[in-house]
Write a protein that binds this ligand. Structure first.
Ligand code: C2E
Ligand code: MG
Ligand code: MG
Ligand code: MG
Length: 289
């Protein structure tokens, strides 16, 4: 029976694999359509200053409204786009949308916030990334200081020595550079110090794990590391008052998560920028339990 089970398991696995690659192929084709037919949309998630409670920045997050399958999460299609190279075109689309939205918010007098744009490893490894970003800044007329690129820890730490020059080129454009999902890769501390980065973004898995002593210890260590290196720290994925309390009391600089706001439609951004969370912060500081 064990043998039969094993065989049926094997066959099942194979079929599943097959179904999966057919699925991927379809996704790849559909994504090509999606970019042509305006099925992609951006949402913006507020980031809150932990001292003032003001919304000081927004992270742009892409969404795919598939005509038959409904909303597809970037966790499902970004890896496909990354594998097929479609991420390059997608990344350029994201930048042009960010520029379009910022120009609109500007007309409402809203220009005192940063926008964070995710850059995937393949994009980061493109030799012409700096030129692409420079073109984006030139064409949009955006003040580079208003843009932060989120680069993943594994992208910049793979071949770290060679990446110093690239990061310096990007930093020379005047924009900020964040290390996204920090703590999940293998950072060399000596490179971290030499990289012209501005921000460490604590991975949400650590924030989610803050109910355990180990989770708290990791979060605290990253905050201290950021302070030591003169970098901004930001925690993502904050959902509970408990997490907020600990992060605020331990002086994490910026806060992002469903606790404050979900990723928002661009039209809801003006209202979100007027919000202030100082009472949540004050409460978190007083709560010494
Ligand atoms: P990320 O850059 O680490 O983004 C954070 C993810 O956490 C987002 O998922 C966000 O919606 C989600 N999130 C925010 N607050 C909370 C919270 O309180 N609880 C929980 N459980 N989740 C929260 P999303 O939008 O599904 O994006 C997933 C990933 O896809 C991103 O991770 C990023 O790596 C990638 N991605 C999204 N948009 C883009 C893009 O425009 N370009 C590229 N290259 N990658 C993107
Ligand atoms: Mg990010
Ligand atoms: Mg992240
Ligand atoms: Mg993440």
């Amino acid at each position: 029976a064990a043998k039969a089970d094993g065989r049926s398991c094997f066959r099942f696995y194979n079929e599943e694999m097959n179904a999966r690659s057919v699925e991927q192929l379809k996704l790849e084709e559909d994504l090509r359509e999606a970019m042509r037919q305006n099925q992609l949309e951006l949402r913006y998630q507020p980031q809150v200053d932990a001292r003032t409670g003001a919304v000081v920045s927004l992270e742009a997050l892409v969404r795919w409204k598939h005509p038959r399958r409904g909303m597809i999460s970037p966790g499902d299609f970004i890896p496909v786009a990354e594998r097929t190279g479609q991420i390059i075109e997608l990344g350029e689309w994201v930048m042009s949308e960010v520029a379009r939205h910022c120009t609109y918010w500007d007309t409402l007098g809203l220009d005192h916030f940063r926008v964070c744009v995710n850059i995937s490893p393949l994009q980061f490894n493109q030799p012409e990334l700096t030129r692409t970003i420079r073109d984006f800044l030139d064409r949009s007329g955006l003040d580079p200081r208003r843009i932060e690129l989120e680069l993943t820890e594994s992208a910049i730490m793979t071949d770290a020595r060679a990446n110093i020059e690239k990061l310096k080129e990007l930093a020379a454009l005047g924009l900020d550079l964040a290390v996204d999902d920090f703590g999940t890769g293998y950072s060399s501390l000596s490179y971290l110090k030499r990289f012209p980065i501005t921000t460490l973004k604590i991975d949400q898995s650590f924030v989610a794990d803050m109910s355990s002593a180990d989770g708290v210890a990791i979060v605290d260590a990253i905050i201290v590391l950021a302070k030591t290196l003169n970098l901004r720290s930001i925690a993502e994925g904050i959902e509970t008052q408990e997490q907020l309390r600990h992060l605020v009391q331990n002086k994490c600089d910026l806060l992002q998560g469903y606790y404050f706001a979900r990723p928002l439609y661009p039209e809801d951004v003006p209202e979100a920028l007027r919000r202030n969370y100082s009472s949540d912060i004050t409460e978190a500081l007083m709560d010494l339990t």
